[in-house]
Design a protein around this ligand. Structure first.
Ligand code: ATP
Ligand code: MG
Length: 501
């Protein structure tokens, strides 16, 4: 009650049930995003398995979502079915995927006219339902929450009763799915689309030998779809995980995917994702490891916002948010949009710019290592070794600068080897990456910006070693240097090396 002492005149203005619910149906869910919202609730209820069952029967088709979570008591189910029962400003458990207290209802109404929720928690079976057709027949616009399932649908609760625990969400009268000339083939296509979407949205829950969640569609278990091709040896680059400045629990990881030439046809096809290579570039925003947004440049850019184009299709950037960042990132009810806070935009633009440049390069150079001006292959100093345990950078001991020292090290050989190992084990990967992201500029390598005399002095040592110690002809030594990193960038200096006798 508003206190009368405040002197405020008022009247009660509750919404009309049917009008309100009909309006909420237009929030813009697809069948797949609506189902993801229902699965969020199962995950929050600590379900380990969620079974989706799509039953085609023309206008009587239905969708069942059964989980083995903690279930609900009578009071909990009553609250769960009401709209506007939970305040979005309330603090949530860290693992909760909800926020608005609406998803179960809004997601369901976006697809169906009859929503039945049955649940078995510690108080045994509870069941309530909303039926828009029943509501629209009432003449007083009341919020009539119905008890139990529709009399014709009692048998659909059997899977929950058999399980003895968990929650069943039942969608019937699927007027937004089964529209005019929508038949069984379209239903099957829809199931395929839903499968691709859910494999992506929940991939981090579905991954691993002992996944946190198993999802089934009509009995078939869903495989996770990892947008970042983690562990693929053809990936040219990915960053370490870095924390957003001033936002402790916001983390970012940038990825450049392998060029098509480094993938099999099957891998290429699978890696593109539900919407295809170009559409799937950009940021992937996760909230509590659940994907909200799959591939978007978030309206960021230099001057104008970046658009999705072919050249940047290998760039994918992961952003991890906790649910406490919802207001900052303007998470919407559908859990499908997010907007970075102003304070982080410049930082994100820098990271994205760096990743986009690398992706552009990988796309243009087909992910190949550096080449001579004629396109020949170049011996690199560093190689990336991939193994089950991860990736490490190793020096290539065939590089002439290293080989020469090893060959002549004599009694110092073990010390020299130890020194190289120490260098390999302390490559400042994170440091380089963060400096790159912060300064916009990649740290200088390959003698770029160094005085020519400096390059010549190193080149000269290598050249003399090849001719004098290795007995190569001057011509052969120069040819080798032309194919050796970083000297392949300086063919003019190599050509000017003196003839040695
Ligand atoms: N499968 C389920 N198992 C147990 N409890 C559930 C389940 N589904 C919903 N609930 C309960 O119902 C409540 C309302 O769910 P609903 O999806 O409408 O809102 P929310 O998850 O709190 O927030 P959001 O609108 O962001 O999804 C949940 O907070 C939860 O307590
Ligand atoms: Mg929810």
């Amino acid at each position: 009650m508003i206190s009368s002492a405040e002197g405020i005149k008022y009247r009660h203005a509750p919404p009309k049930a049917v009008a309100m619910i009909e309006a909420l149906r237009g929030l813009g869910y697809s069948a797949a995003t609506a189902l993801a919202d229902i699965i969020d609730n199962s995950i929050a209820a600590e379900a380990k398995n969620v079974w989706l069952n799509f039953v085609w029967s023309g206008e009587k088709s239905r969708v069942e979502i059964l989980d083995d979570g903690c279930g609900m008591s009578a009071v909990m189910l009553d609250r769960a079915m009401r709209l506007g029962e939970l305040n979005p400003l309330e603090e949530r458990k860290e693992s909760d995927l909800g926020r608005f207290g609406l998803g179960l209802k809004t997601a369901s109404f976006s697809q169906c006219r009859r929503l039945t929720v049955a649940s078995i928690g510690h108080e045994g079976l509870q069941c309530l339902r909303w039926d828009l057709d029943v509501l629209s027949r009432s003449d007083d616009d009341g919020w009539y929450l119905l008890e139990g399932p529709d009399p014709g649908s009692v048998s659909y609760l059997s899977s929950l009763l058999d399980a003895g625990r968990g929650t069943l969400v039942l969608w019937e009268v699927l007027d937004r799915i089964v529209t005019t000339s929508f038949g069984e083939p379209e239903f099957l296509d829809l199931i395929d689309r839903i499968e691709r979407h859910l494999s992506m949205v929940f991939h981090r829950y579905l991954e691993g030998g002992r996944p946190r969640l198993k999802l089934f569609i009509n009995g078939r278990r869903l495989k996770p779809w990892d947008p970042f091709m983690s562990g693929h040896p053809g990936k040219p680059w990915h960053s370490p995980q870095i924390r957003a400045p001033g936002h402790d629990r916001v983390e970012v990881e940038c990825h450049v995917l392998p060029h098509k030439d480094r993938l099999t046809a099957k891998e290429f096809d699978e890696a593109q994702g539900p919407e295809g290579w170009t559409a799937q570039q950009g940021f992937y925003v996760y909230r509590n490891e659940r994907l909200l947004l799959a591939g978007s440049w978030l309206g960021l850019g230099q001057g104008r916002s970046w658009t999705k184009d072919e050249a940047h299709r290998l760039a994918r950037i992961r952003i991890d948010l906790p649910n406490s960042a919802d207001a900052d990132w303007k998470i919407d009810i559908r859990k499908s949009t997010a907007r970075p806070p102003v304070a982080l935009r410049a930082w994100l633009i820098r990271l994205a710019e760096d990743t986009r440049a690398r992706a552009r390069k990988a796309f243009a150079h087909r992910g190949r290592p550096p080449a001579t001006r004629e396109g020949g292959s170049v011996l690199q100093t560093w190689r990336a070794d991939h193994s089950e345990g991860g990736m490490r950078y190793r020096l290539d001991t065939d590089h002439p600068a290293i080989r020469a020292v090893l060959d002549q090290a004599g009694p110092l050989l073990s010390e020299v080897r130890a020194m190289l190992r120490v260098i390999e084990e302390t490559v400042p990967v994170q440091r380089i990456w963060i400096d790159t992201a912060e300064n916009r500029d990649t740290p200088k390598t390959g003698f770029s910006g160094e005085a020519t005399s400096e390059i010549i002095s190193v080149l000269d040592v290598m050249y003399r070693n090849m001719v004098i110690h290795k007995g190569m002809s001057c011509e052969l030594a120069k040819d080798r240097l032309l194919r050796t990193e970083p000297f392949h960038e300086y063919p003019e200096l190599i050509a000017a090396l003196p003839e040695l006798n």
